[in-house]
Design a protein around this ligand. Structure first.
Ligand SMILES: [Zn+2]
Length: 306
């Protein structure tokens, strides 16, 4: 009795312990999924696109405890004048990871070749799964009017996943979303067939230093100028490299000032005359018609900065 009894007691104890562990893990999982914070996923074609277009607003969401993930849909493995292939892909992955640390967000790079992205069914399913797994409230992406085929097809892939993320028997291996997220486009200056029209413009003055620091750290792209570089422009020493990073930072800051000047009316409409006219740096986004269409009040909850 004694021995058998203690063995039974032992196994009962193990079962209870196991049960407790499972409950605790479920609790943790639910707490993560439903902590009342927003969940944002942004897709760019290359390891730097999301950081340029949405690095500021991402840092602002993250500072409030919201969950932000950047996805580069290609690995950027031809994005340089001198190096290419696996070595460049690894270098660029490290660059986005460093930027993500500065911004306080998560980031991943999908292993598709740069310059060869296609809007295939397989890629559509990959994007759908990523949006579902992230339980996204907001999905950001480029528009489909763009000079670069990877940007265009990233836009198409995300548009193709909008709505499909809610369809139970499309990709049934990943639980569907019961609510279509709000899909939004990054800003751009392309005019045909229709220009970008902002629905929301966020002043990013409070995080501009973080944003440009993250970008200047992407040396393969900006200090060494990616595909447009050459031996002549390569910094010759540490001082030259530091100077180049400084140049990159101020160049980007001027670029985000232009966004403000282009959409000043919208900033004033959203922030009011005083704050709206003082804003210096901005990022702008347009609502995609294929996702949920938020009213003005909901949009301000999704972008809780006003
Ligand atoms: Zn790009």
């Amino acid at each position: 009795m004694g021995r058998k009894g203690s063995r039974r007691k032992g196994s009962m104890f193990a079962k209870i312990l196991f049960g407790l562990c499972v409950s605790f893990m479920l609790l943790l999982h639910n707490a993560f999924a439903e902590d009342g914070k927003l969940r944002i996923i942004a897709f760019g074609a290359h390891p730097d696109d999301c950081e340029i277009k949405a690095g500021g607003v991402a840092a602002m969401w993250a500072a409030q405890g919201h969950h932000v993930k950047f996805v580069s849909v290609t690995n950027g493995d031809i994005g340089h004048w001198k190096m290419a292939g696996g070595a460049l892909a690894q270098r660029r992955e490290k660059e986005v990871k460093d930027a993500a640390k500065i911004l306080g967000i998560e980031t991943i790079v999908l292993d598709n070749h740069d310059g060869e992205l296609m809007p295939t069914l397989e890629n559509r399913k990959t994007i759908t799964r990523l949006i579902r797994e992230w339980k996204a409230d907001i999905v950001l992406s480029p528009r489909t009017n763009d000079y670069h085929p990877d940007h265009r097809y990233t836009g198409i892939l995300i548009q193709d996943a909008a709505f499909m993320v809610t369809v139970p028997f499309f990709c049934p291996d990943t639980p569907h979303l019961t609510r279509n997220p709000v899909f939004m486009y990054f800003s751009d200056r392309f005019q045909k067939p229709n220009p970008f029209k902002p629905d929301i413009v966020v002043a990013i003055d409070e995080v501009i230093d973080k944003k440009v620091e993250g970008l200047a750290g992407m040396e393969s792209q900006f200090v060494e100028r990616g595909v447009s570089g050459s031996e002549e422009i390569m910094p010759k020493n540490d001082a030259g490299r530091a100077e180049a990073r400084q140049r990159v930072s101020s160049g980007f800051a001027r670029r985000f000032e232009r966004t403000t000047n282009n959409y000043r009316d919208k900033l004033i409409e959203l922030y009011g005359e005083e704050k709206g006219s003082k804003a210096k740096y901005s990022e702008a986004f347009e609502i995609c018609e294929y996702g949920r269409r938020p009213r003005a009040e909901e949009l301000k909850k999704l972008f809780p900065f006003f």
